[in-house]
Design a binder for this molecule. Structure first.
Ligand code: ARG
Length: 564
């Protein structure tokens, strides 16, 4: 139901430009009095050799308006188009009803593969509030790309390599017990880690022990591997709980250690291509020409680095998945790392280096108060999610104690609120997380949008499922309905834009717009009245709104309960 596309196709032969170009030229005026779509004719002056107002006039005379467009008007150098509201309503609502949950989806990405590297937690480290963004953005992009027909591969590039794991084993050997760790899970590992650093300040020999244990892991020592494998299991069990709450899944958990035996061929290739240089005993790839510091490939003791593993991972992914794009959803603190990584691959002569994209994002910090980090205590994401659920449950018990499935609703609303807030602003912005604000039903929040969905569902329930009459779409000619219809019509473009920019907030913002326009319609207009045909049209608007809200929320990883 793309009116811009229809208009562009009709205008193309008259303006002598490709339809695609005209579609891009068509604007949506901020003030509907200036038309629903407007064609600025200034750019056409050169090819059509006339003044813009004359061009607008000429186009208006020769154009036969596509269906759904009621009239056009020349205003200066602009040709403005106005929708015929009732046929517009009929077009949109029929399209949404026909497509159902698929409205807005496409097969654009068919045959193409997108690898998404997101969440990528570190073993034996807490899954804290800082991981919210990568997990929420990655999960949403996974859903958006899939919705547009791409084949997606979600990778959790586990941080499961490094000397810190040797230290952790040393600490466990000194002060740990299996029962206690089993009981305290990741918190127990964290305690060991903290204790190691305290004690190592007094007794530097501990660091050597740590290094020795790490060497054992590297050499494949059975005991070291067993303990490390167990740490990994504990961590994954713990983060698995958060992933379950969030509804997040991965297709692969191939992390840093997975590349132990996959780095040598890359290092050899760098050497063959004369790209490795010795610098203070370390082997580096110089990136001076690109104004970047050198990328270190091997340390002077011969050990590999984070970058070396990422290099091997990139080649492995290209070979295994033949991706069209590989997205790294990682905080902007790693901007330099990814610039270097992509540059090295480009310099090795691989054109697909341009298909690797760092989808970076800002920091999450906490408002002072209940959630603040006490004395270095980290704020676990799981705790935040539980707080959000508990708070929501209290509100439900207060306001709507009869609600069925209260726990399930509290979970969808509480967790949804946290995710929604993480995806509310363009990802590069730093955010201050404030639980009260994200749970506010009246703000631009998840609960507000979810509540709007539940409200539309409740209208539909009230109307019952008796046979509706044929809808009279002229009942939807007011400005309130028009605003909703436009938001419904824009949804497919919104999803595409979110995908192009790797920016889930485009969908989030649109959900707020759609909810606000629907609520205005709901307050101003009586939906169910004696006029059965008009009622049927208004109910169709409710149904379509509920559908698009549900789909949009799904695409950002948020649930849409039918009642709340
Ligand atoms: N584990 C890393 C961290 O917490 C993120 C890994 C991102 N992915 C990658 N391929 N480097 O900083």
């Amino acid at each position: 139901m793309d009116y811009k596309e229809k208009l562009a196709a009709a205008l193309a032969p008259l303006a002598g430009l490709p339809a695609g170009e005209l579609k891009d030229m068509l604007e949506t005026p901020p003030d509907p009095a200036m038309g629903d779509f407007a064609l600025p004719c200034f750019k056409l002056a050169r090819t059509m050799k006339k003044a813009p107002p004359a061009i607008a006039q000429e186009l208006q005379q020769s154009l036969s308006l596509p269906s759904g467009i009621g009239r056009s008007e020349v205003k200066g150098g602009y040709l403005n188009f106005f929708l015929n509201q009732s046929s517009f309503a009929a077009d949109i609502l029929t399209a949404v009803a026909k497509a159902g949950a698929d409205y807005g989806s496409s097969s654009k990405g068919e045959g193409k593969t997108i690898v998404l590297d997101y969440s990528s937690v570190n073993i034996a480290k807490p899954f804290h509030i800082g991981h919210l963004s990568t997990t929420a953005i990655g999960n949403s992009l996974y859903r958006i790309y899939s919705f547009l027909g791409y084949h997606c591969v979600g990778v959790n590039h586990l941080g499961d390599w490094g000397t810190q794991f040797g230290k952790l084993i040393a600490a466990y050997k000194h002060w740990g017990s299996r029962e206690e760790i089993e009981k305290k899970s990741i918190h127990g590992l964290l305690e060991l880690y903290v204790r190691f650093h305290e004690e190592a300040k007094k007794d530097p020999a501990l660091d050597d022990e740590g290094r020795a244990w790490f060497k054992k892991i590297e050499d494949g020592d059975a005991e070291a591997l067993e303990i490390f494998g167990w740490f990994k299991e504990i961590t994954l069990k713990e983060v698995g709980k958060v992933y379950d709450l969030l509804g997040v899944k991965f297709d692969s958990y191939a992390g840093e250690s997975f590349y132990n035996d996959k780095m040598q061929p890359v290092i050899d290739e760098l050497r063959e291509k004369n790209m490795l240089e010795l610098s203070d005993g370390a082997y580096v790839v110089r990136l001076d020409e690109d104004n970047l510091p050198p990328c270190i490939i091997l340390k002077s003791d011969g050990t590999t680095l984070y970058a070396t593993r990422d290099l091997a991972a990139a080649f492995y992914r290209k070979k295994t998945y033949d991706f069209d794009k590989c997205l790294y959803v990682v905080a902007y603190q790693q901007n330099l790392h990814f610039k270097q990584l992509f540059k090295v691959i480009e310099k090795m002569g691989y054109p697909w280096a341009k298909d690797m994209i760092h989808v970076n994002f800002g920091m999450v910090s906490l408002q002072d108060g209940t959630l603040s980090t006490r004395e270095g205590r980290v704020v676990f994401l799981e705790d935040v999610l539980h707080q959000a659920m508990d708070k929501t449950l209290r509100v439900i018990n207060e306001k709507n104690p009869e609600l069925p499935d209260k726990e399930a609703v509290a979970r969808e609303v509480g967790v949804g609120a946290v995710v929604f807030s993480a995806l509310s602003n363009s990802r590069i912005k730093d955010i201050v997380f404030d639980l009260d604000r994200v749970l506010n039903f009246d703000g631009e929040t998840g609960p507000y949008v979810q509540y709007t969905h539940a409200r539309a569902m409740s209208v539909l329930r009230k109307a019952g499922d008796g046979a509706e009459s044929a809808p009279d779409y002229s009942a939807l000619e007011g400005e309130q309905a028009l605003a909703v219809l436009k938001n419904l019509a824009a949804f497919p473009d919104i999803v595409e834009k979110a995908c192009e920019k790797n920016e889930p907030s485009v969908v989030t913002r649109h959900m707020i717009d759609l909810a606000q326009s629907f609520n205005k319609f709901y307050y101003d207009i009586r939906i169910i009245d004696e006029d059965a045909a008009a009622t049927a049209a208004r109910l169709e608007l409710c149904r379509a709104t509920a559908q698009v809200l549900k789909t949009g929320l799904y695409l950002i990883g948020v649930g849409a309960p039918d009642r709340m």
